[in-house]
Ligand binder design. Structure first.
Ligand SMILES: Cc1cc2nc3c(=O)[nH]c(=O)nc-3n(C[C@H](O)[C@H](O)[C@H](O)COP(=O)(O)O)c2cc1C
Length: 479
């Protein structure tokens, strides 16, 4: 059990704007929230592609180039710029440049891009103020993790938040990176009947030059949905888990799968029950700060969270539709209008995500939620963040995604059951932030995720308008 007092606990925020991928909680949103004295969190998921695509649309305002110019080893950021920046932006009909998919033995150029992109997003969120900034990652996306953490730490990120799995090795990796030690992360590999160990390795010294002798270690918050997992992390993680985000299954994005009630039924359950609500008294007993997430965005629910012993709350949905979020303005308007008309519908899709975790989807006309439109899309896997690794030999792995073209998935030993109902989240989520790939048949369809609870959105829109700011959100939450 970890009993150490958290360092600088006077600087813990009451409100955390949750990390929202891919690119939804960009630096603009996080910076706005941080400047208001709370904590803004950028999303580190696929941020290398997000930045490469922003560069191809011309980097209007020059923010990314400004961030790159502050990168400690300019030849690395210049290579990124040379490969992707298009002055004035590409033409709208031209596809974005293909990006190599993540693989275990990454080329140096891909690792450099991860480091530079994570640095840039955090640098911009922290620029010009001394508020707290965090970065969010999904545990299920493992290959880019260590270089991404290193890039974020070069920009002095204050917190790392990770969910969507069991991030047991991350605290120790953060300790190692802070000392500039070589570190490794054990990678999950399917069909690994021989129990081989596969690792992603990273040595900061291969990238840093000059006087850098150490980095400051960001605090680590594990995003969890069960008190058992909170306890396991506290007991078994080698480094310090500084706190927890306790997420209810009504939260936006991915949710933890429901726990089995009927143990004799081999099928995973498709609905949540009382068993999925964590016992907060057990989490409190661990003695670490924790924040409650999922339908917690109101002054009353913040007070309730504090009464339950939490340090505060994390909110996502209410920020996702604010002016500063990166969701395309027309999608924001459609969702907010549906919400105000009382017609918003959120589906917990148990099949869509290749992670195998349930994923919340807004039922919206011009998105993949429209089954007719979804079925017209040709299955393509060209980003590959959610590919599963499978064992071929002690030294060789293969890559497959249940959302890739079905024949190639089956050829690689995938099962048709798993492929059924899968949606390409990588392409869909990038389309949601206006960076969708251009295909022969048009632009990729967006996929929009949100939590079940829109009550705070209704309250804020009533007070301001369909176009509200993150400041309106904070003012409401603090009212
Ligand atoms: C658009 C959107 C994207 C999200 N993406 C992520 C993500 O990439 N990683 C993550 O840990 N949580 C993600 N979340 C969850 C939020 O960080 C937050 O915990 C959650 O939204 C809180 O519940 P609420 O939506 O009811 O406020 C996402 C939420 C939304 C609305």
């Amino acid at each position: 059990m970890q009993n150490e007092k958290i360092q600088g606990s006077d600087k813990l925020p009451e409100i955390i704007q949750g990390g929202m991928g891919a690119g939804v909680s960009g630096w603009r949103l996080a910076k706005t929230v941080s400047k208001l004295g709370q904590m803004g969190v950028v999303s580190g998921t696929a941020i290398d592609i997000v930045i490469a695509r922003r560069l191809q649309t011309g980097d209007q305002g020059g923010d990314i180039r400004r961030a790159f110019s502050h990168f400690p080893w300019p030849d690395m950021s210049e290579r990124f710029l040379d490969d992707f920046f298009i002055k004035g932006g590409k033409s709208p009909e031209e596809p974005f440049k293909l990006f190599p998919m993540p693989v275990l033995q990454m080329k140096r150029s891909a690792v450099e891009r991860l480091i530079v992109a994570n640095f840039a997003e955090v640098f911009l969120a922290k620029e010009g103020h001394d508020g707290l900034v965090g970065i969010n990652y999904l545990e299920k996306i493992q290959i880019p993790t260590i270089p991404s953490l290193f890039g974020a730490m070069l920009a002095n990120v204050d917190f790392v938040l990770m969910g969507g799995g069991i991030p047991i090795s991350i605290p120790e990796i953060l300790d190692g990176l802070a000392r500039l030690d070589a570190v490794k992360l054990k990678i999950d590999v399917e069909n690994n009947t021989q129990n081989y160990n596969y690792y992603s390795h990273f040595d900061p010294k291969e990238f840093c030059r000059g006087e850098l002798s150490e980095l400051s270690r960001p605090r680590f918050l594990a995003i969890i949905s069960s008190d058992i997992l909170a306890k396991t992390l506290a007991r078994r993680a080698k480094g310090l888990v500084d706190g927890y985000i306790v997420e209810h299954y009504i939260a936006g994005g991915h949710n933890a799968p429901p726990r089995k009630i009927d143990k004799s039924n081999p099928e995973p359950p498709q609905e949540y029950s009382q068993k999925d609500i964590p016992d907060l008294s057990k989490i409190k007993a661990i003695g670490r700060p924790f924040w409650l997430a999922g339908g917690r965005a109101s002054p009353e629910k913040i007070k309730d969270a504090l009464d339950l012993g939490a340090t505060g709350i994390q909110a996502g949905t209410v920020f996702a539709y604010s002016r500063e979020s990166e969701i395309m303005p027309e999608i924001k308007q459609d969702v907010l209008q549906l919400c105000m008309d009382g017609k918003i519908k959120i589906i917990t899709d148990f099949k869509a995500s290749s992670t195998g975790y349930p994923f919340k989807v807004v039922d919206l006309e011009n998105t993949v939620a429209n089954m007719e439109k979804r079925e017209k899309r040709k299955r393509i896997c060209d980003l590959g963040f959610l590919r599963h690794l499978y064992s071929k030999s002690e030294t060789e792995v293969g890559y497959r995604c249940p959302a890739e073209p079905i024949n190639s998935y089956l050829k690689k030993g995938g099962s048709s059951d798993l492929a059924n109902g899968k949606v390409c989240l990588c392409n869909g989520l990038l389309a949601t932030i206006g960076l969708g790939q251009i295909r022969q048949y048009g632009v990729e369809l967006p996929i929009v995720t949100s939590g079940d609870d829109f009550s705070s959105v209704v309250n804020i829109v009533k007070k301001s308008s369909l176009d509200y700011s993150a400041k309106d959100v904070i003012d409401y939450l603090k009212s």
